[in-house]
Design a protein around this ligand. Sequence first.
Ligand SMILES: Nc1ncnc2c1ncn2[C@@H]1O[C@H](COP(=O)(O)OP(=O)(O)O)[C@@H](O)[C@H]1O
Ligand SMILES: [Mg+2]
Length: 258
Amino acid sequence: MRAENFQPLVRAIDVRKRFGDTEVLCGVNLVVNRGEVLCIIGPSGSGKSTFLRCINQLEIYQGGKIFVNDELIGYKEAGGRLLPIGNRQVVLQRRRIGMVFQQFNLFWHMTVMENIIEAPVRVLGQSVAKASENAMRLLERVGLAAKADAYPMKLSGGQQQRAAIARALAMNPELMLFDEPTSALDPETTGEVLSVISELASTGMTMIIVTHEMGFARQVANRVVLMEEGQIRHEAPPDQFFGNQAPARLKAFLSTIH
Ligand SMILES: Nc1ncnc2c1ncn2[C@@H]1O[C@H](COP(=O)(O)OP(=O)(O)O)[C@@H](O)[C@H]1O
Ligand SMILES: [Mg+2]
């Protein structure tokens, strides 16, 4: 069992997010410990992506607090009030968090190698030589060393997603967020992406994974949570979460995806 020392890396406290008049995060409370793998499942529209995007500041939350590594995300406290941080601060906070999207989001005009070294060179100021060496190691790890000079268009969906994972890892993040990383993939390539994520989990990387792959969640997660209507409604270790004692509402949801 990992995460034995239960040091929180992510703490979400009563997080609220509105789009216009619609509140889509309605008080999310969640702690993710260092080295822990947390899987989030829940119906479409329940706020899973929005929650991950708030952690990574692709969206701005309007209520509550998110801490990563004890640092308040997106705001600074001044005189008892919360003020939005500036862009430079956002970049500093965001670079410690890797995110992998459903739609890969690679740069189409760059080779796989160029995609991976872009942020380390531009944001971290690494030399191209050092960034490339590191990128090659990561490509070997995700089984894509032979594709370093290929353009994303020439790759299968599974290969593109593995390249996107390598790109996120190149920033040496302390937290990885995965938003339905295999939903856009053919069944044949889903497995290769899930095994790369499992391998990463076994190294002790802290991860939050939104997924509908229940077998995978059961195998890789330390804890699984159900998100519904902008709140965490149930949380348990995988054996309990998927077991016979699960609440009826959860069982009903699970039966829609099995
Ligand atoms: N940029 C946006 N503008 C307006 N509404 C949005 C936006 N992004 C998401 N939403 C709405 O927020 C709710 C939660 O969406 P999302 O976080 O994508 O859910 P999930 O990932 O669980 O499917 C949905 O009702 C969605 O339509
Ligand atoms: Mg989503």
